[in-house]
Design a protein around this ligand. Structure first.
Ligand code: 1GP
Length: 244
């Protein structure tokens, strides 16, 4: 059953493409995170994602989320790098299986270790199939992925359809934070042909032109992280390209 945040996303998706702004607790101080969140809202983003491949623990994460919530009305969704990144202060969590990891810890075991905590905190789990594509960057290395080759959209399509058949409600195609190129539009196009659930794309989106190509290919939700650290003005242009 879809919860409140998932419904909010699905409802918005009826009308437009969405943008999520990723704040990695490792790269932002609390003050920087607050400012990034309010800039993201002003630029037209639809949600704040919090997470990163290296773990941030307990009270720091709670404080960070509380502070972010003081500076934006956008929902805060955890994009977990591990079991330690569950916080009762968030609205929801992408409850992800890292489907192309070689290590079962990332596919189902960390999910088992974290599930009871998610229930106790009462935050909303959003079942998501997570697929990491070349170059994969840090998350590819940490997650011991069998990286999906960039030029093999068929493999991404097969995994994505499997995710849907396993009951996931979103598919997330990840090139890795800081990737030199985004997921190839051809891959997005083929995945969208075979799945009926919304497709999230992230990694390497640094220009409105690159975003537009993925819009045309059919992606539904766009995640950017690095750009807000490097060039805030660009974020406005990227979101404009996604929304128009
Ligand atoms: C989230 O990894 C992305 O999916 C963020 O990537 O930092 O390259 O925008 P960037």
């Amino acid at each position: 059953m879809a919860g409140k945040i998932e419904k909010y996303l699905l409802d918005r998706l009826q009308r437009e493409k969405l943008h999520f702004s990723l704040i990695d607790p490792d790269s932002f101080s609390i003050e920087e995170a607050k400012s990034a969140a309010s800039i993201s809202e002003e630029a037209g983003s639809d949600a704040i994602l919090i997470g990163g491949s290296t773990n941030t623990l307990g009270s720091y994460l709670d404080n960070l989320i509380v502070s972010i919530k003081q500076s934006t009305k956008l929902p805060v969704i955890i994009f977990p790098g591990g079991v330690a990144q569950v916080s009762a202060k968030a609205d929801a969590i992408l409850f992800m299986s890292y489907m192309n990891s070689r290590n079962p810890y990332f596919i189902t075991k960390s999910q088992a270790l974290g599930s009871i905590l998610v229930k106790k905190t009462g935050i909303e789990p959003i079942p998501t199939g997570y697929l990491v594509v070349e170059p994969g960057e840090t998350v590819g290395w940490v997650g011991e992925a069998d990286l999906i080759p960039r030029r093999k959209p068929q493999i991404a399509a097969a995994y994505s359809l499997a995710a849907q058949y396993l009951g996931m409600r979103f598919v997330y195609l990840e090139a890795g934070s800081g990737a030199s190129e985004t997921i190839a539009p051809e891959m997005v196009g083929l995945v969208k042909k075979v799945i009926d659930i919304p497709l999230i794309v992230g990694g390497g989106i640094r220009s409105p032109e690159a975003a537009k190509k993925l819009v045309i290919a059919g992606a539904d939700i766009f995640v950017t992280g690095t750009i807000i650290e490097k060039d805030k003005e660009r974020l406005f242009d990227i979101i404009k390209a996604i929304k128009n």
